[in-house]
Write a protein that binds this ligand. Structure first.
Ligand code: NCD
Length: 313
């Protein structure tokens, strides 16, 4: 089994991962024994830049006694023209037991999963999905609101290029939230016939009575030119700040998956303000990645593969 997208998960699977992440957080904080996978090695194939996702997967692996080996574009044979398929086959035959992969192409994790025996976790593939970020966001919301059912969530900004937005749309709507994408029409996904979302270009309408506001970075590295007239005009229309937050519920949570471009999609006082749960999203990233790794490695073992690890509950 793999974790490539939230879209293909059933609601109980999403809820199971959230519960497991919260249990692992509690156990970590109480210094209680954690599941242990001594003897297993995780390959971290990060072919796009990353700080929080890569470090939190490394932290999660360490806490579960999983060995970890990292590869980037530079320093691996991919820079010599090797295909992703051959890289994945090499890692498989070198005894790597699980793969965490970030790639600029949407769907690259599906390809890797075809050629790799162990679990593959998508750590962000192009404009497709970033499932563990959405799980971290869901855990953070639940810590403040108990349930996601019926919450009004506004995702503001460049949802067209955002895998975080897509994973959150699937996850939050599976758990009963009403999700609205807010932004200029040039930055809203065009083909969303099956996406359970509303859309508005009007920030105040999108934020009206919102329980959660999630700001997104303008993903210029994936953007053709001409999608916005200027960064400052974008900021004047869509920046999350104290003034626009008056349209939302007074206790509305302010979120951002990072990296933040302060002064563009969100201003400084709001990013650091008392409604902001951005640092909590980062922290919960470790526990959801522990949950994903523990769940997938357990599952892989119970499917008949030789068991190297043990469960120290
Ligand atoms: C995002 C990503 O890489 O998809 N960040 C993250 O992993 N938390 C969002 C972004 O790059 O803007």
């Amino acid at each position: 089994m793999h974790l490539i997208g939230i879209r293909e998960l059933e609601r109980p699977q999403v809820e199971g991962l959230i519960t497991l992440a919260r249990n692992l957080k509690k156990k970590t904080q109480e210094r209680a024994p954690l599941p242990s996978f001594t003897g297993y090695t995780l390959g971290m194939l990060f072919l796009e830049d990353s700080t929080r996702t890569r470090v939190s997967f490394e932290q999660a692996a360490r806490k579960l006694n999983l060995g970890c080996t990292s590869f980037g574009m530079q320093g691996s044979s991919l820079s010599k023209g090797e295909s992703l398929k051959d890289t994945v086959l090499t890692l498989k035959h070198e005894g790597i037991d699980g793969l965490v992969m970030r790639h600029r192409s949407s769907g690259a994790s599906y390809l890797a999963a075809r050629f790799f025996d162990g679990p593959v976790i998508n750590a962000g593939d192009g404009m497709h999905e970033h499932p563990t970020q959405a799980l971290a966001d869901a855990v953070t919301i639940i810590e403040h609101r108990d349930s996601i059912q019926d919450l009004k969530v506004a995702i503001v900004g460049d949802s067209l290029h955002s895998r975080v937005a897509r994973s959150n749309v699937w996850l939050l709507s599976k758990l009963g939230a009403n999700v609205t994408l807010v932004g200029p029409s040039s930055l809203i996904p065009k083909f969303r016939a099956k996406m359970p979302v509303s859309v508005t270009q009007d920030l105040y309408a999108g934020l009206h009575e919102a329980d959660v506001v999630m700001a997104l970075r303008l993903q210029k590295e994936r953007m053709e030119s001409g999608l916005i007239s200027s960064t400052s005009e974008y900021a004047s229309l869509y920046q999350i700040n104290a003034r626009v937050l008056r349209a939302a519920k007074p206790e509305c949570l302010v979120m951002h998956p990072g990296p933040i471009n302060r002064g563009i999609e969100i201003d400084d006082p709001t990013a650091d303000g008392k409604q902001s749960v951005i640092n909590q999203q980062v922290e919960n990233g470790i526990y959801v990645r522990m949950a994903a790794l523990a769940y997938l490695f357990e599952k892989h073992n119970s499917n008949g593969t030789e068991t190297k690890g043990n469960e120290a509950q």
